[in-house]
Ligand binder design. Sequence first.
Ligand code: I6G
Length: 677
Amino acid sequence: MTLAIQTSITELVNTLNEYNHQYYVLDEPTVPDAEYDRLLLSLKELEAANPGYILPNSPSQKVGGVALKAFTQVEHKLPMLSLDNAFNAGDMQAFDKRNVERLMDKQILTYCCEPKLDGLAVSLMYQDGLLVQAATRGDGKIGEDITENVKTIRCIPLQLRGELNKDYPSVLEARGEVFLPTDGFERLNQAQKAAGNKMFANPRNAAAGSLRQLDSKITAARGLAFYAYSIGYIEDAENLLSDSHYGRMVQLKQLGLPMNPEVAKVEGIDACLTYYQGIADKRNALSYEIDGVVFKIDSLPEQNKLGFVAKAPRWAIAHKFPAQEEMTILEEVEFQVGRTGAVTPVARLAPVFVGGVTVSNATLHNADEINRLGVKVGDSVVIRRAGDVIPQIVSVVLNRRPETAKEIRFPECCPVCSSDLEQIEGEAVIRCGAGLFCQAQLKESLKHFVSRKALNVDGLGDKLIDALVDKKMVKTPADLFRLDAFDVACMDRMGQKSAAKLIEALEKAKSTTLAKFVYGLGIREVGEATALNLALHFLTLDKIMQAKEESLLEVPDVGNIVAMHLNKFFAEAHNQAVITDLLALGINWPVIEPVASEDLVLADKTFVLTGTLNNLGRNDAKAKLQSLGAKVAGSVSAKTDCLVAGEKAGSKLTKAQSLGVTIWTEDDMLAFFAKHE
Ligand code: I6G
């Protein structure tokens, strides 16, 4: 028995040390954090029950990995610790209860809270106000000297603001997180992909990779950012620094070090849990990735009383979000044909709980992606589910590949209709060229045609459309309006009542708008905004159908490719016949009156909408702004004239404020519309 325990401990220690090496030294993690955390927890439990077998090299005895040899080693003046984790409200309540009990005289404790960035902890040493040394955390005791690279991070001051010995002490170590904002991460990965280089699995690895460049010019180009999170080592600080953690953060900010604007001070554990939920709700709107929220006892005297356990402070905790990455098995790959004929490989996975839901499918995008990942059926894969984004396979755990792993073969013809597949040079997508003659494309086109933003037919779900196509009751979108209530009532899970309702909904959907109709046709590259621009520009369907490339190019946001797809779509006899049929069956829309140019009061103005608009939906607000001549863009830039900020506006609002862009509330916008009715 004891031998078995010893063997298990040794195996766990070796495995975890290997994972640590891959993560900290090579910047090439092979397993998700959650898998690492699980193994570490098993090891800690085994060690707690068998303290005699704790190995000196056990990862439970140290904070991180070892320093990279390419950089000079730096010994931290005070250890850079790690944080204990809480995984649910119960863990947080237990943390608070422990603190209350230890501090005895207080029931409600004040906490300082902030998002936990998915970045890299660094130490910045300022001597007489000058940045003299920057180091990574390394193993907590010894890190790597990354001074030259850190100096390239634009938001990190080389000289503190204020006066020596008045505003800051002679030696001040600021600690914080270096991170790569999400847009920079995406740009970097696109560039890596285009150059045929390995892509980074997450912003943390990208930040680490960018900081550990021997050529600091490369670091400079990566767009890294930094938020301070505490003060470390100090000398000659007598009476200079606040004894509140929050107070110290504000001081750091005054000295010129960036502080996360979300940092807040709250009273008691319930307020901590509310803060956590608030950050979880706005997580997707933040411009950087986070994996939880850090809570710290605010009072430094209280922190000192609480002290440390092993390698973490008792007075701080990271309340983690559910893991966004997990490992599972790729069981099968199926090929789906979409509305435009694109053949997409879909990974069927052994179900796994990730990011708060059970996931059993992930997209593999296209053949290039399969090659890039080098994935085979049977492999252990790391999947990532962030927010509402479709789950992705981010990497393959090669050292777990079974001998039976099978190569993934792309089909040679359409898996649905057996037509030939086409690949346009330079495009990654492989398509079935059979159009609506391919049942898969027909089904998806119909789903798009009846969707909320198109004809908005109530009660016509995906399953019913699949069944109508399978039974050959519908061969074109026009056939939907020829359906007979009696035939529909005979279908599975339908009755007379639901059939009558569907026919009624179809009748109602016949009255639409030109923009929705054009969008519903599902022309490639013609989304909602382009359809609206086409409608506002040409005013009638006939003119859109007849438009030559030159006049299409006059429409905002229409370029050569969109114009080509429009011309191609309307030139096809089959599409013309379906449109004629639809119009004959009674599809109609109100005539669009030409707008006098003096009514285009927002001509040449670029608007951005953000947050929740309570009175007008996002689409209606957009349409109204466009009808007054405005351009509505997706992101804030120096070219933005006005940002309309609804409730819970996040990073776009912050960016607009920093750029001095005019900001309207929803009420401001409604008042403007009322004036220009
Ligand atoms: O790793 C960390 C991330 C963020 C931290 C931390 C933090 O505060 C927002 N704070 C401490 C005290 C430590 N690690 C040790």
